[in-house]
Design a protein around this ligand. Structure first.
Ligand SMILES: *Cc1c(COP(=O)(O)O)cnc(C)c1O
Length: 353
């Protein structure tokens, strides 16, 4: 059935090997961030033996799909009070910035006779989650260290999200300092000092301070791109995920619509350049299934004209393929497009070993 997303686990493993060896050679052991593909167990089972220190996701529902795997799991979004009992019972490590939440974790862990591991979230300036001021961070750590059923295993910071602030040698040095200071003040070993996601890749071997020993990569592993400048990581695949969609109409039509102009789908006002009559295909896939802006036809002579909820129109005037109704057009995909495809029940999923 189409539309279909195909994940090449072989290509993914290749990317992982390239990125992992490069980072490890530079003192960083990156964890795999799995939210882009909902931690799909068919993929994750093939990655459990690759020596990842952690698998990380922002949704507990995704982590719950892979609880049987041996790699330790981290919940990256601050836990909701309503999910605390699951976090504790599933031995999921959580990132935290609120003392009330850590208290709830402590109480639940005491009831379940467990030790809940946590990571302190530091805000290095992106102003999403995390504690901003050094003094407040040390106070937070000190108060947590008094709790009987909580263990602080490290610190982390998130960048390049709300505020578009890039990881830099300067802000990463501050995180390393904070970790070191907590170790000194409280005598707790910080196993994990996690500076950022794929936007911190460019600093690896290129100014990343010594104290940082972990990064959290989705994009770098899955797409072979570093996320600060959008550069390709050498010798990686950008087509681990491919979308296939089926042609339901092929016609040559004018490039400018005919009649009075109003709104298009989703209340947009598109503009049209008159390029005469051109051959185009309609594919049975749309905004309900994927992020259209993240699609690129694999055939370089084809390009996307537009889409609505359920239809995608591709110009094939210059294509060297003689398409018929029922034929398949294939696309490379970016992160948001893959994420939407995985959460859409209309998209068939296929895995190549
Ligand atoms: C999604 C996410 C990441 C991974 O981001 P990439 O750019 O895909 O590497 C890292 N950290 C947090 C907190 C996230 O939510």
């Amino acid at each position: 059935m189409y539309p279909k997303i195909t994940a090449s686990i072989e290509k993914l493993k290749h990317n992982i090997n390239i990125v992992q060896s490069f980072c490890r050679a530079n003192g960083i052991d990156p964890m795999l961030v799995t939210k882009c593909f909902m931690a799909e167990p068919k993929i994750m089972q093939q990655l459990d033996d690759l020596g990842f220190p952690y698998f990380a996701d922002s949704r507990i529902q995704n982590l719950e799909r892979i609880l049987d795997l041996k790699t330790p799991k981290i919940l990256m979004r601050l836990p909701m009070i309503s999910e605390i009992s699951k976090v504790v019972s599933s031995d999921i490590i959580s990132m935290n910035s609120e003392f009330d939440t850590v208290l709830a974790l402590n109480n639940e862990a005491a009831i379940q006779n467990k030790i809940a591991k946590i990571i302190i979230m530091v805000d290095l300036g992106d102003i999403r989650e995390g504690i901003l001021e050094d003094d407040e961070i040390f106070e937070f750590a000190k108060n947590i260290s008094k709790l009987s059923n909580i263990k602080i295993i490290g610190v982390a910071s998130n960048l390049s999200c709300f505020g578009a602030i890039r990881p830099t040698e300067k802000n990463q040095t501050r995180l390393a300092y904070i970790a070191n200071e907590i170790e000194k003040q409280l005598g707790i070993k910080m196993e994990l000092i996690s500076g950022g996601g794929s936007s911190a890749f460019y600093l690896v071997g290129n100014g990343m301070p010594k104290g940082i020993n972990s990064l959290r990569f989705g994009e770098a592993f899955l797409f072979g791109t570093e996320a600060s400048f959008g550069n390709r990581i050498e010798n990686t695949f950008d087509d681990v995920f491919v979308l296939s969609a089926q042609i339901i109409e092929i016609k040559t039509k004018p490039t400018v619509p005919i009649g009075e102009i109003g709104f298009a789908a989703f209340r947009t006002k598109p503009t049209f350049e008159d390029r005469g009559n051109r051959k185009r295909v309609i594919l049975a896939v749309g905004k309900q299934d994927i992020e259209i802006s993240g699609l690129k036809p694999i055939n370089k002579k084809e390009f996307i004209l537009g889409a609505s909820s359920d239809h995608l129109i591709v110009d094939v005037e210059e294509s060297d393929v003689e398409y018929k109704v029922g034929d398949i057009v294939r696309f490379k995909m970016t992160y948001p497009s893959v994420m939407r495809a995985f959460t859409s029940s209309f998209v068939t999923k296929e895995y190549l070993l």
